[in-house]
Design a protein around this ligand. Structure first.
Ligand code: GDP
Length: 180
């Protein structure tokens, strides 16, 4: 796949020539691993310094769509100031790019399930009327019965979802079909 790193942004973003798909979730959810997995390239750094405020990374896929990697939330040692900075940056991002966002992939650690912050993120996306797809990560860590339980809970909530595991190579085709 053709992947071009366009840069890291805070306030100003690339000209909206293409629609964008946003990857977001808790820090350590497996976002960098998943981006590398589906692009087949080592583009996203697998987190070495969790909690450090990062910027919003733009990639252009196949000269067709922007993949937007936004900083993770919820790292335990994040300071109040860093949390405020994350919130400010994300509010600004969604405000500026709302019209250009095709959908958000909200990554949820299959083993942990929905946390309070994930639910807040969902409320926020619904409030902004931004379409989102739940992407469960690390499903290789689940037993068959845990997997079935997760599927049932998500079905009753009525969300669109995809199951993924980088470790076992699951979900790539499905994610790509939603992405490009
Ligand atoms: P990020 O902070 O959201 O970018 O998460 P990373 O991609 O850095 O991954 C966090 C941790 O989860 C790392 O130790 C990864 O090796 C691990 N991880 C990521 N994806 C998977 C997966 O599909 N299965 C398993 N078992 N571990 C994973």
């Amino acid at each position: 796949m053709k992947v071009e790193f366009l840069g890291s942004f805070k306030d100003k973003f690339p000209y909206p020539r293409y629609k964008e798909v946003v990857f977001c979730g808790r820090s350590n959810v497996g976002k960098s691993s998943l981006i590398n997995f589906i692009t087949g390239r080592n583009v996203a750094r697998v987190s070495k310094t969790p909690g450090k405020t990062r910027l919003i990374n733009y990639f252009l896929l196949e000269d067709k769509i922007y993949l937007v990697d936004v900083p993770g939330y919820g790292y335990a040692s994040t300071s109040k100031a860093q949390q405020r900075e994350w919130k400010r940056m994300m509010e600004n991002y969604f405000k500026k790019r709302k019209e250009n966002i095709d959908k958000v992939f909200l990554l949820i650690d299959g083993r942990i399930g929905f946390t309070e912050l994930d639910n807040m993120m969902i409320d926020w996306l619904r409030y902004l009327s931004i379409p989102f797809v739940i992407v469960f990560t690390k499903v290789d860590k689940l037993t068959q019965s845990e997997l079935a339980k997760l599927k049932n809970s998500i079905k009753s909530a009525g969300y669109k979802y995809v199951m993924t595991s980088v470790k076992e190579g699951v979900g790539k085709k499905e994610l790509l079909s939603l992405l490009i």
